[in-house]
Design a protein around this ligand. Structure first.
Ligand SMILES: Cc1cc2nc3c(=O)[nH]c(=O)nc-3n(C[C@H](O)[C@H](O)[C@H](O)COP(=O)(O)OP(=O)(O)OC[C@H]3O[C@@H](n4cnc5c(N)ncnc54)[C@H](O)[C@@H]3O)c2cc1C
Length: 322
């Protein structure tokens, strides 16, 4: 209905993400203020409906092509739901899948898309979205004053409701919707999920990270940094040029096309601080940067910094810890 806010449930391998709860909480707030409903669209995982709380309605659609994400099947199905329900706003997690799907739905449904949304407020009958631009260097306020819109929302932007379950509050009613026509006749199909090699350190779980960039100069110089990491009990992470060069595995890359980390301490050596890198680490509690260029943008986000050459600093730090 016109004032409903529709959330696309974000799930992988039978697990709903925390972001789903955050989006449900915000949807309930916005819809409630406008006399609408918070509706969750759950594609290809009807068995998870019981885990969603706090919404008014959960709409489930099941079909073999929806179990794993493909843009074609999911976009067709989501379009089917929004055409039927005509929500005021669709909220999707700003994941790789969400950005892909949000853009496709925007074109197919004829609704504006705000990607990288971090704040959403109702202003009268309008909805104002605040979104990150330039890798989070600037924030843009966008008025969604038409009758429909889509936001892909960055994880952690809204508090998850405190009650247990996804979304908090009471149990929603569950409606099962028949899949749209055409799902048996798609041009694309899901083959297999390619996962990163197992056995590597999970840098998203580390409390301290020692992160290296192109300024390290060569793979040989990594040995010294590894020794410092060992002395600190910290795994090594890296900027993209380092993983592109194969000096560290892709599982260690921080940033837009890597992982987002939030350690207690993020120590950087020879990283310039490009927006794509900052996107993955700017929420670290304490950022300490070593870069010989005093104008490097990493110093804009660092709490402490030094322009000492890393080749000199790294072994000296390891020695002082020994
Ligand atoms: C779509 C897209 C996605 C991307 N995704 C990512 C991503 O996920 N992660 C990521 O990191 N990047 C990503 N990038 C790349 C990004 O734009 C930058 O190119 C990259 O972050 C730069 O890496 P860097 O800081 O290591 O290298 P550089 O920018 O080359 O910086 C090296 C720094 O080292 C310093 N330095 C040199 N020698 C020394 C020394 N001896 N001691 C101390 N300092 C020294 C220099 O002053 C310089 O500032 C992406 C780009 C695009 C377009």
């Amino acid at each position: 209905m016109a004032n409903d806010i529709l959330v696309l449930a974000d799930h992988l391998r039978g697990q709903l993400s925390d972001t789903t709860a955050e989006l449900v909480g915000k949807a309930k707030e916005l819809a409630g203020a406008a006399g609408g409903q918070a509706v969750v669209a759950l594609l290809g995982a009807a068995d998870l409906a019981g885990q969603i709380t706090g919404a008014d309605t959960v709409v489930t659609v099941d079909h073999p092509t929806l179990t794993d994400y493909t843009p074609e099947a999911w976009e067709k199905t989501l379009l089917h739901i929004v055409n039927e329900r005509q929500p005021r706003l669709v909220l999707i997690a700003n994941t790789t899948i969400g950005m892909d799907l949000g853009a496709g739905l925007s074109a197919a449904w004829g609704a504006p898309l705000v990607a990288y949304t971090v704040r959403l407020e109702a202003e009268g009958s309008d909805i104002v979205a605040t979104a990150q631009v330039y890798g989070g260097k600037l924030l843009a306020e966008v008025g969604l004053d038409g009758d429909k819109g889509i936001c892909t929302v960055v994880a952690g932007s809204f508090p998850a409701p405190e009650t247990t379950g996804t979304g908090g509050g009471g149990s929603p009613s569950v409606e099962t919707v028949a899949p749209p026509a055409g799902l048996d006749d798609l041009k694309t199909s899901f083959l297999t999920m390619v996962e990163p090699e197992g056995g590597d350190v999970d840098i998203t779980a580390a409390e301290i990270l020692v992160s290296v960039g192109r300024g390290i100069g060569s793979q040989e110089n990594l040995e010294d940094v590894q020794e410092l990491g060992d002395a600190l009990g910290a795994p090594l992470s890296a900027s993209r040029p380092v993983t592109d060069a194969g000096w560290l595995p892709k599982t260690r890359q921080v940033g837009k096309s890597g992982l987002k980390v939030k350690p207690k301490v993020y120590l950087t050596f020879g990283i310039s601080g490009a927006p794509e890198h900052l996107e993955g680490m700017r929420d670290a509690e304490l950022i300490i940067a070593c870069n010989t260029d005093a104008n490097a943008p990493i110093f804009d986000v660092a709490h402490y910094g030094t322009t000492v050459d890393l080749v000199v600093l790294v072994p000296a730090m390891t020695e002082s810890l020994g």
